[in-house]
Design a protein. Structure first.
Length: 132
């Protein structure tokens, strides 16, 4: 995990009202913003998804009629399966020493992305793939 990127830390340092915990299975707000900035697909809003506002507050979509989805200020909180779909069939997720590992099937030690959160591990692998 990255320094300063704790559980549901605000996207903007010092932002008020940040949530204290991330929804289970989703990455942090800072990771969601990094993924979006690097070109990770922001899906159409759908029931059951989690999105973050600029302060890092998570929003679970339960009503698609809400006008808040007209704003571009929200970032998608991708799950490990979402990110693995974008990584492609050459990547997988597993566990090693009580941490999730997301890596290509054919990998070198430097290709391994470890994290206690599966979405964060896959996000690190996706970021590395984009930068390679």
């Amino acid at each position: 995990s990255r320094a300063g990127d704790g559980p549901c830390s605000p996207i903007q340092p010092g932002a008020a009202g940040a949530a204290s915990t991330c929804p289970a299975g989703n990455g942090t707000p800072a990771t969601a913003l990094r993924l979006k900035e690097l070109g990770f697909k922001q899906p159409e809003a759908a029931f059951g998804q989690v999105w973050y506002d600029a302060e890092g507050n998570p929003f679970l979509i339960g009503n698609l009629d809400s006008p808040m989805w007209l704003a571009d200020a929200y970032v998608y909180a991708a799950t490990a399966p979402d990110i693995l779909r974008e990584l492609g069939q050459d990547y997988h997720i597993g566990m090693l020493n009580h941490a999730f590992v997301c890596s290509p099937h054919q990998f070198r030690a430097r290709d391994l992305a470890f994290n206690e959160n599966p979405a964060e591990a896959c996000a690190e692998a996706w970021e590395a793939k984009q930068k390679s």
